[in-house]
Write a protein that binds this ligand. Structure first.
Ligand code: ZN
Ligand code: ZN
Length: 470
């Protein structure tokens, strides 16, 4: 068996790993590479392998950095099955259509600029029509159900505890042609333990080769325990002064976690019953998918469902779809809370809410996710005195509160613990751990720890590097 790492090698985006055995090619993930614009187009448009030669595509979870280039893969000749968990298939449907919509909008903007410079227009990476084309090719599977890909290769999805439907892909290669049976596990993105809604990441066993993510290989995240208390204190504080709480949040995971926590706090009568609005059509649709997949929930959430039939809804919560209703919110007096996309404040309805709320010290902007450099979200976290929204300068007078504990990624300690437990459960079989999905510093830190504390050796594949696996 041969493994080639085509994406997310020394970076975190554009996951694409190619497995070859007996002339057959199987791809693990097909994500969008995110980076500078020029590189973004070429890297995503040109596949290093011919998609028409790949027989099966297996997806670890719905995030765009793992699935966002599927429409392009299909457009360029891939005809096989796209296998993932049921919840992932449902989420991917929403996310790919949303991504295609963004691609189309984005290229209109680029082409306007190009026209001014008398340059020919560019095509979008893919269109909504392209995204719709690939939706029929999805094959959903339950967790733990062995799926026979071909006579020698079986796969199984284990829970990764990262987002709804997220999985680790276990690949079992049968004995044949003098080769021993071999178990390869691709971790996908590994979540954190003891979170609300989702189960803890599982530990695969009897593993020969592990391909593992390393996003936070050198970073610690704060524990969850404080999160609920911090949220409680914040809501009480801002409600008392009659302010608005504006929450930029990612549509998958973050929004549902906050709603779930608020629901618990309301049930416990720990916070006043202020109106809460989820103002994002995508978040609203994604929450509907959450409701359809209780098989992905942890025991605590399933138990809660026995007494509270909707853990993502309560009487003061309104899901908003129309633009008119969204605009109406700006006229409302506080206290209330708006949870809206995008998560890094780069586009979408959140910008109107921020513009409206930013100048009043009674209001609060609650940041609960990673904010990349050069984004408005980052400027808010840095508490810059003035920020620009829609081309106008605004003085930042509102309170800015950062709650980091919502992260969906295992931190440094949790990644180490995961690698340790996989080795422990593999009875000396685990020999190599390939580290992907991490910036260079993060994966080097993790590699050093593995090489010092475990018997298995850490390998840091470069983009395009191939390895014999057996
Ligand atoms: Zn992810
Ligand atoms: Zn990822």
């Amino acid at each position: 068996m041969k493994m080639t790492f085509w994406g997310a090698a020394s970076t975190t985006t554009g996951s694409l790993h190619l497995l070859e055995h007996h002339g057959k090619k199987i791809a693990l993930d097909c994500g969008l590479f995110q980076g500078r614009r020029a590189e973004y187009f070429t890297r995503n448009k040109e596949f290093p392998c011919d998609p028409s030669e790949v027989s099966t595509l297996i997806l670890s979870h719905a995030h765009i950095d793992h699935t966002g280039n599927v429409p392009n893969f299909v457009k360029q000749g891939f005809k096989g099955d796209i296998i993932c968990t049921h919840a992932t298939a449902d989420l991917v449907r929403l996310l790919l259509l949303d991504s295609a919509h963004i691609q189309e909008k984005d290229i209109q903007f680029v082409n306007k600029k190009r026209a001014r410079r008398k340059e020919p227009p560019l095509e979008p990476l893919y269109t909504i029509e392209d995204a719709e084309q690939c939706l029929d090719m999805f094959v959903g599977a339950g967790y733990y159900r062995p799926m026979v890909v071909d006579e020698e290769l079986t796969i199984k999805f284990l829970d990764a505890g990262h987002i709804l439907g997220s999985s680790q892909i276990q690949v079992d290669l049968a004995k044949g042609d003098g080769a021993e049976p071999h178990r390869l596990v691709y971790s996908g993105d590994i979540g954190r333990s003891k979170r609300v809604i989702l189960r803890n990441p599982e530990t695969p066993s009897e593993v020969d080769t592990l391909i593992m993510e390393s996003t936070y290989g050198s970073r610690e995240s704060p524990p969850f325990d404080n999160l609920k208390d911090d949220l409680r204190d914040l809501v009480n504080r801002v409600a008392e002064r009659g302010g608005k709480i504006i929450v930029p949040a990612f549509s998958v995971g973050r929004t549902q976690q906050i709603v779930y926590q608020l629901n618990v706090l309301f049930n416990e009568e720990a916070i006043p019953r202020i109106p809460i609005y989820v103002d994002s059509p995508l978040s609203t649709n994604v929450t509907a998918v959450f409701r359809q997949h209780p098989e992905c929930f942890n025991r605590q959430t399933r138990e809660l469902l026995q007494t509270d039939d909707d853990v993502f809804g309560f009487d003061t919560l309104t899901y908003i779809r129309s633009v008119e209703e969204s605009i109406e919110l700006n006229k409302r007096k506080g206290p209330f809370m708006v949870i809206s996309a995008s998560g890094m404040c780069e586009a979408g309805r959140i910008l109107h809410h921020l513009r409206n709320a930013i100048g009043n010290p009674n209001n609060c902007i609650l940041i609960c996710g990673y904010q990349a450099e050069h984004t408005l979200g980052r400027r808010l976290v840095e508490k810059q005195k003035e920020v620009r929204i829609f081309g106008e300068t605004h003085e930042l007078k509102a309170e800015v509160k950062v709650l980091n504990g919502f992260s969906g990624h295992a931190d440094k300690e949790e990644l180490r613990e995961y690698a340790f437990r996989v080795e422990e459960r593999s009875g000396g079989r685990l020999r190599k751990i390939y580290l992907v999905h991490g910036e260079e510093e993060a994966r080097k830190d993790l590699a050093e720890w593995i090489n010092t504390h475990l018997k298995a050796r850490a390998i840091l594949p470069q983009r395009g590097e191939s390895f014999d696996i057996n």
